[in-house]
Design a protein around this ligand. Structure first.
Ligand code: SF4
Length: 496
């Protein structure tokens, strides 16, 4: 009986570089993979749109249209194109040494050789792009394509869209990465031998670690992490990869079992372990001082944004976070709520900032100077972008920025709690300290899903009633963010 031979592809090769167990599971037990979540799918879709647009930079090429389920037909179509003397091709199919690749673009510079182009929707060249191009170069050369130049095409974050058709030469940056790719190409035969030998054996014994999230979120994250205890050592914040590996190797899977003098832990990490082991929250004396300085009239503010890879409005850049929604709770004896959500396809920035300044009593001639509590410096950064893009609002925006108070910084400076699970994200801090507000039951429960839903409501082409339902869900989510801050503030004042 013939030996089992795994089918390898560019993405499987990349998976093997990230973690041998990832590759083994992809080939031998793909059913254990996590379902592809909506955010991940949206990133794939966005990459696809960017790739299609990028092709127009290399005009006159032929697209090999067969999809990933039609590998043999795609190989045959590519062979026919090569035989016919094509000089530019998109999504051609090649197989060599058991590895299948579909290069984004290939074009003939001259009779000497071909240029390989990979399109990424990122803003720079990353190490994983070099290995991605190296495996493609190896396969193409093996399949008889003399690749002499290797380039990565990515979006340029400094491109300011002037409106009208894109200036593709400025929207994209084409970087020659041949010199970075060549040394890695030489390593590929050895790596493929290692992968095949590993795949012929039992599942490799790989401990969880940084590689589970980097450079890509591993598809088997849930499978490998499901048996971890309640306070896994992976929750120790900013733990070095070698210290995490050493803890796991020594059998310390739970923070509860970590010796406080364990080598390599920072003082802050030891304190996190100590707090989990004692089970007691700690509130520094400075907490009350910081919070009571806010006074009796306080605003609580949160933004939601949308960051399309390809700029949609003039004077915006790739991935610029455009503010589309704000929520504001005001504590002033009682509690009032106001909000805003942009709901059409016009540039949201002007209506967003005008309505916000009015609600904060910060428009020209008004003089509300109450502090504005936010969670992280995100709101300040978005306001800074608006001031840069709409200079007529720069003065009032600077006045608002001067009133911001970062509750995230105060909590991370002065509070330790076992229920934070090593994170100061609002989604962890809130349930640890407050019981009467939660995100449970909301249709939207995270900022990334909020952004996706806003795009669906405004650009998705759904019936008006569906869009209105999504916008109502978004308002409920953003209002929960600001109400959560109010409750956190009140609870922290009570316990400080
Ligand atoms: S979750 Fe981590 S250990 Fe498990 S396969 Fe993925 S990268 Fe490897």
């Amino acid at each position: 009986m013939a030996a089992w031979a795994p089918r390898l592809s560019k993405s499987r090769f990349q998976a093997g570089l990230q973690c041998p167990k990832n590759l083994w599971l992809q080939c031998r037990a793909p059913g254990l993979a996590d379902p592809v979540d909506e955010t991940r799918q949206a990133i794939f879709d966005q990459g696809h749109s960017v790739g299609e647009l990028a092709r127009t930079l290399f005009p006159g090429g032929t697209l090999v249209e067969e999809d990933f389920t039609q590998a043999d037909q795609a190989l045959e179509t590519t062979r026919c194109l090569m035989r016919d003397g094509v000089s530019c091709m998109y999504e051609g199919a090649f197989r060599y040494d058991g590895v299948f690749v579909r290069p984004d673009a290939l074009f003939k510079e001259d009779d000497a050789g071909w240029t390989l182009v990979e399109v990424k929707s990122s803003l720079s060249v990353k190490p994983e792009h070099v290995t991605d191009l190296a495996i493609q170069t190896y396969v193409l050369r093996g399949a008889g394509m003399p690749v002499t130049s290797v380039r990565l095409l990515h979006l340029d974050g400094d491109y300011v869209y002037p409106g009208g058709p894109y200036d593709l030469g400025r929207l994209f940056t084409l970087e020659d990465v041949t010199a970075q790719v060549e040394p890695f190409v030489e390593k590929i035969p050895g790596l493929l031998r290692q992968f095949r030998s590993m795949l012929a054996g039992p599942v490799p014994d790989v401990r969880i670690g940084r590689q589970c999230k980097s450079p890509y979120p591993c598809a088997f994250y849930g499978h490998c992490h499901e048996s971890l205890p309640e306070f896994p050592v992976t929750e120790i914040p900013r733990i070095a990869a070698d210290v995490l590996d050493s803890l796991l190797c020594d059998g310390h899977c739970s923070i509860r079992e970590v010796p406080l003098d364990y080598p390599g832990l920072t003082p802050a990490q030891r304190e996190v372990c100590d707090v989990v082991q004692t089970g007691e929250a700690r509130f520094a004396p400075r907490l009350r001082e910081d919070l009571s300085g806010l006074g009796s009239r306080i605003h609580f503010l949160d933004f939601e944004t949308w960051a399309p890879a390809l700029p949609v409005f003039p004077a915006t850049r790739p991935y610029q976070s455009l503010p589309v929604q704000w929520s504001l709770h005001t504590l002033d004896g009682g509690l009032r709520h106001q909000d805003f959500i942009h709901s059409d396809r016009t540039d949201p920035r002007r209506s967003f900032v005008s309505s916000l300044l009015g609600a904060l009593g910060a428009a020209d001639g008004e003089a509300d100077d109450a502090p504005i509590v936010v969670y992280t410096d995100y709101e300040s950064r978005i306001l800074g972008d608006i001031a840069r893009d709409l200079p007529e609002f720069a003065g009032p925006i600077a006045a608002v920025q001067a009133r911001l108070f970062d509750l995230h910084k105060t909590i991370s400076d002065h509070v330790q709690h076992p229920g934070f699970h090593g994170s100061y994200s609002l989604k962890y801090v809130l349930p640890a300290l407050v019981s009467d507000v939660s995100y449970e039951g909301l249709a939207v429960q995270s900022g990334s899903i909020a952004s996706l839903r806003w795009q669906q409501a405004v650009y998705g082409g759904a019936p008006a009633a569906v869009s209105e339902g999504i916008l109502a869900d978004l308002r409920a989510y953003c209002a929960t963010d600001t109400l959560a801050m109010v409750k956190l503030y009140e609870e922290l004042l009570r316990v400080a």
